[in-house]
Design a protein around this ligand. Structure first.
Ligand code: ATP
Length: 237
């Protein structure tokens, strides 16, 4: 679904991503784990066209998107759940969800969008209860659910999620990850960027470990759980 090959990204003179390659196959959850500052968010931003790539290629379903601007990449089917959720705080839950489907609404797919709204309310019953509440007044967990639902309203081919667990209590994190797992079972594809390696690897099929802008390990989630580096530095074992 997504194939990143040998990407180099710089901030000014400083090289932050060094020959990064990874791929996500349709229907997979792939975790990208690593410490603060490893370059995970940079990879996400580079993938969706928010940062220039000095070299390397990115393809979506085999189609090169390396040099495309962000809106075009989003239109082609990559949705993002950004770190910090970035909701439209003064707008209601319902308005936020409709904005997720903005492109389809303006192209006359109103009925389809209505159906998707009902699907989101089934997956996230709390959003139905709070559909008229302002997004900025939701709890952190509810905001994360809304950010995921809003991204799904785009009907993306693949969802990039940046630190969905950040700032949330352990029970809510568990709930969010259970929902991600369920969404995968329904056919969705995820690249899950996380510092919470334990939770991320628990729900993922495969994973990559990034350190200082390089992928230093990759493999099945099961095999990464057993890796000494992962156990010592990321699982506290
Ligand atoms: P975290 O988990 O803390 O979000 P990360 O793995 O996502 O970390 P990035 O945010 O990609 O890491 O940052 C990678 C490196 O790039 C860091 O050293 C960071 O200071 C640097 N960096 C990020 N954004 C910029 C920027 N706009 N200008 C200059 N340097 C930046």
């Amino acid at each position: 679904m997504i194939e990143v090959t040998n990407i180099d990204v710089f901030y000014g003179n400083i090289q932050v991503l060094k020959g990064v390659s990874l791929h996500v196959t349709r229907g997979e959850i792939v975790a990208l784990i690593g410490a603060n500052g490893a370059g995970k968010s940079t990879l996400m931003k580079a993938t969706i066209g928010l940062l220039p790539k000095k070299s390397g290629n990115i393809c979506l379903e085999g189609y090169p998107i390396t040099a495309l601007p962000c809106p075009e990449i989003i239109r082609l089917g990559i949705a993002v759940v950004p770190e910090g959720r970035r909701l439209f705080a003064p707008l209601s839950v319902l308005d936020n969800l409709n904005l997720g489907a903005y492109l389809r609404l303006t192209n006359g797919f109103k009925k389809e969008v209505q159906e998707d709204l009902q699907t989101m309310f089934q997956i996230f019953p709390r959003l139905r209860e709070r559909s008229h509440q302002l997004a900025g007044t939701l709890s952190g967990g509810e905001q994360q659910m809304l950010a995921i639902a809003r991204a799904l309203m785009e009907r993306p081919k693949v969802l990039l999620m940046d630190e969905p667990s950040i700032g949330l209590a352990p029970l809510i994190v568990k709930e969010i990850f259970e929902i991600i797992r369920r969404l995968k079972d329904e056919g969705n594809t995820f690249l899950l960027i996380e510092q919470n390696a334990r939770m991320a690897l628990r729900v993922s099929d495969r994973g990559y470990l990034m350190e200082l802008g390089r992928i230093i390990l990759n493999g099945s989630a099961e095999s990464l759980f057993k890796e000494e580096t992962v156990r010592k530095s990321y699982l506290g074992a």
